[in-house]
Ligand binder design. Sequence first.
Ligand code: ADP
Length: 534
Amino acid sequence: MAARRISSLLSQSFSSSSAAAPLLQGRNYKGIRRLGTTGAAEELIMPPVKVEHTQLLINGKFVDSASGKTFPTLDPRTGEVIAHVAEGDLEDVNRAVSAARKAFDEGPWLKMSAYERSKILYRFADLIEKHNDEIAALETWDNGKPYAQAAEVEIPLLTRLIRYFAGWADKIHGLTVPADGPYHVQTLHEPIGVAGQIIPWNFPLLIYGWKIGPALACGNTIVLKTSEQTPLSALYVSNLSYEAGLPDGVLNVVSGRGPTVGAAIASHMDVDKIAFTGSTATGKFVLEMSAKSNLKPVTLELGGKSPFIICEDADVDQAVELAHAALFFNQGQCCCAGSRTFVHERVYDEFVEKAKNRALKRVVGDPFKKGVEQGPQIDSLQFEKIMKYIKYGIEEGATLESGGERVGSKGYYIQPTVFSDVKDDMLIATEEIFGPVQSILKFKDLDEVIRRANATHYGLAAGVFTKSLDTANTLTRALKAGTVWVNCYDIFHAAIPFGGYKMSGQGRVKGVYSLQNYLQVKAVVTPLKNPAWL
Ligand code: ADP
């Protein structure tokens, strides 16, 4: 069934580094000795890529920040510096916005045909595909995600996404509207202008694609801020957009901190639209900054505490595998992680035992190493936060089935952790942990689980595992979430809209729905004959 196919696809991407292997073997790497995740001395694999771009990308050129300041980006495997990256601030944002404004108002971007814009985006996608493995290596190095996941899943998804939006570029058009009286009424769907975009560190390039794809397809220009934890891959990829023929100033990347660069973009009077992915707390700031500046329209993709519901008719082995992937994928650092695993009482005991055993088998280690399923968490702050939640789980009386400890003594590795006997009001069941911590809750019947699953301010995603069509139909209608995956999880094709109900966000990314975030509608009214009032 679908669930098996998808979970095996996910587990393949975790367990076989077939794409990584030739790349790693093809060059000479100097191994660095370090304490391995099991405590034994282990080689630290040198990433098969050089860091080429660390400056800001403004008006099609790499430049230093106005202040000359830099910040270090760290390797989550060790906490050591990978590179020093130009640190933007207000003045750099002003420069980037001016470049984007000029490119929108005067540049060739909007003067060229939609077909020409589409061709540039297709070339951009071809270049991403061509450099897939270097990009994946940068992503793994800066973020800590398994190389196979980056190389075989995420960068191909980015390529596909840019092609998807390249296809839209010359298919955006308005309507002819029937109107009373002798008038011809048409709507023009026009780009909004300069789009500000702020992205997080957990999927630096996938979310980058979700943001720039629709904005460019609709003819906007962009000032994008990457996360200060993961600035490298977007600089590399954005440079390829210029190699593909993007006119200067269309895509500007300003690396830096949230309260400086992020706030400067969100409150800028000459930024016409803002799109943000990150925490709910920062999302509220972004909305406020829009309100206090020029009321730019805001799209938000925020946090979640998504229920994954395993019904009594479930095949337990399949359910365990899928629930495991739904939570532990990307080190548990997913806004849509299935972080409340609700299991029907009839299969609960068997599920808990098997979920524990699956977690114990999860391979944690250097994300460049073949067969590794879980790398380090992004940084020391997140690491400490997750360890605190594990402590809360124990203190509040949940049963620690497996894990709970750090792995090794260097970097930010955490054992895959499973809690059972979790109650709805425990912190591990209410707050977003963003780490490899599975919380298993027991339920008796559908009405009860619907009520409990919806009893949260979040509403990003939900998962349902059942063989019954009736149960699936009931749950998909009742769950208040922007995505409900039935017998699958984390399916992220370019055409599928993604976004949140309630405090998980506003608007949708990906798919046809995302285009409306980057368009405004102009009604043009003309008399059918000479002036109607004559
Ligand atoms: P996360 O938990 O993913 O770090 P954040 O919301 O803190 O979530 O960060 C997501 C993005 O928002 C990052 O690029 C970060 O730099 C940016 N950011 C953080 N604080 C602010 C702020 N006050 N204004 C604008 N952007 C911010």
